[in-house]
Design a protein. Structure first.
Length: 378
C-alpha cells in the first residue's frame, strides 16, 4: 500500500461522526478513498447529508501523525511477526466480517493473517474466573489448538488470557487476539509478554488506529469481531451481567453456534453459562463435544494424538473416587473450612494443615472469602 492509498483510508477512518453506512456508500459510489476526497461537494451530496459533506471535505488534524506512525510501524515488521493493514477492499480481508452491519474499514494485523481463513472458535469468559474456570479455558484451548482449530479471544485478563496460553501450548500456536487498543499498545499491561508470543505464533488484530488507548466503548466493538471471526463462541465461565454474554448474543445474531460449559449451581460465575444453556446454547463438557457440534470430528487415529483434556469429561463419577477424605468432602463447589470440618470431622488445625498441603500440590485453590475449591480431576 503506497503513501497516498494509506493516507486516504486513514483519513476516511479518522473523519469524525461519519458512520459505517455512509463510508460504505461513499466507497460504493467513488471506488476508493482517494477518489472520495477528490470529489466535488455536489458529487458528495448525492450520497451524504450536508453536515457529512463538510466533515469529509475537512482533513482531520491527526491525519499526518497517523500516517507517519502507521508507516513507521509497518517498516518495523520482521519475518517472525509480519505486520499489515488490511482494507475493506483487500483480498485478504476476512470475508466473515462482511456479515457485520459495520465491518471495520481497516484492520491492523501483526502475525499470521492466514489464520483469518481457517476454522476458528471464540473462547470468552470472566476476567476473574475461578481456578476451575481458568483451568477449563486452558485445557479446551489447548485441545482445540492441537486439533487444528484457531482459538479467538480478546487478550483480557482471566479466561481470555488462559485461552490464549492454552492455544499457544497446543503446539500449533493457533490463536487470534482481537484487541480494543492500537496494536502499538498492550492492555492489560500484564499481558505484554503474552501479546509478543501471540504475534510470533498467532495473530494480533485491531480495528483501532495506532496510538489508540483502551476505552470502555472499544471492548463491546471488539467483541463483535471476536464473534464474527468464529464459527462458534464458547463461554467458559460468566456471571449474569458479564460482557461475555454480549459476545454470545452477537454470535447468535450472526448465525454462529453458541456453546457453554456448565458449572456449580452455587457459583455466580456459572450463572451466565447456565442462562445461555436454558436459552438453547449447547452444553459442552469436552473439547471433542465442540468439534462434534461443529461437524469437525476427528478420525480415531487423530483423536489418539489429542491431549487427555479433550477426551475426558471435566468431571465424572470416577473423579469423585479420590482416596483423600478432604477432596471427597470438598466436591467441586467453593466451600469454607468450617463446612469441610463439619463434613470430615477433622479439627481446625489438622484440616488447615491438610488444605495447605493440597494447595501446595496444586490440587486445591484458595479463593477470596476464605473459601477453597478443588482444581481439575484431582
Amino acid at each position: 500500500m503506497d503513501h497516498d492509498e494509506l493516507a486516504g483510508w486513514l483519513r476516511l477512518l479518522l473523519t469524525p461522526r461519519l458512520g459505517p453506512a455512509a463510508c460504505r456508500a461513499l466507497l460504493a459510489t467513488f471506488g476508493s478513498p482517494q477518489a472520495i476526497f477528490h470529489a466535488t461537494p455536489s458529487a458528495l451530496s448525492a450520497c451524504l447529508k450536508p453536515a457529512d459533506v463538510a466533515r469529509v471535505r475537512l482533513e482531520p488534524p491527526a491525519l499526518s501523525d497517523a500516517v507517519l506512525r502507521t508507516q513507521d510501524w509497518l517498516a518495523a515488521a520482521d519475518e517472525v511477526a509480519p505486520r499489515a493493514v488490511l482494507t475493506l477492499g483487500d483480498a485478504a480481508y476476512p470475508a466473515d466480517l462482511l456479515a457485520l452491519a459495520d465491518p471495520p474499514l481497516l484492520l491492523f494485523a501483526q502475525g499470521d493473517v492466514a489464520l483469518l481463513r481457517g476454522r476458528a472458535v471464540a473462547m470468552v469468559g470472566s476476567r476473574s474466573p475461578t481456578a476451575q474456570g481458568r483451568d477449563n479455558a486452558h485445557a479446551f484451548a489447548r485441545a482445540l489448538s492441537e486439533a487444528g482449530v484457531t482459538v479467538v479471544s480478546g487478550l483480557a485478563q482471566g479466561v481470555d488470557g488462559a485461552a490464549h496460553e492454552g492455544a499457544l501450548e497446543g503446539g500449533t500456536g493457533r490463536t487470534i487476539a482481537v484487541v480494543g487498543t492500537g496494536l502499538d499498545r498492550v492492555y492489560p499491561k500484564e499481558h505484554l509478554e503474552l501479546a509478543h508470543r501471540i504475534a510470533q505464533s498467532g495473530l494480533l488484530l485491531s480495528e483501532f488506529p495506532l496510538g489508540t488507548p483502551p476505552r470502555p466503548g472499544h471492548f463491546p466493538k471488539r467483541n463483535r469481531l471476536v464473534a464474527a471471526l468464529s464459527r462458534a463462541t464458547l463461554v467458559v465461565e460468566a456471571a449474569l451481567q458479564s460482557g461475555s454474554l454480549i459476545t454470545a448474543r452477537l454470535a447468535g445474531e450472526l448465525g454462529r453456534e453458541v456453546l457453554a460449559i456448565p458449572g456449580s449451581i452455587h457459583s455466580p460465575q456459572s450463572r451466565g453459562c447456565h442462562a445461555l444453556i436454558k436459552q438453547g446454547a449447547k452444553l459442552v463438557e469436552t473439547a471433542q463435544d465442540v468439534l462434534e457440534e461443529l461437524n469437525w470430528g476427528l478420525s480415531t487415529a487423530a483423536r489418539k494424538d489429542m491431549p487427555d483434556e479433550a477426551e475426558s469429561p471435566l468431571w465424572s463419577d470416577e473423579a469423585d473416587c479420590s482416596s483423600d477424605p478432604v477432596l471427597r468432602a470438598m466436591g467441586y463447589d467453593p466451600v469454607s473450612q468450617e463446612a469441610l470440618s463439619a463434613r470430615t470431622g477433622m479439627g481446625p488445625a489438622d484440616l488447615g494443615a491438610r488444605l495447605l498441603e493440597l494447595e501446595l500440590q496444586g490440587q486445591v485453590a484458595r479463593l477470596p472469602g476464605a473459601l477453597y475449591q478443588r482444581i481439575g480431576l484431582t
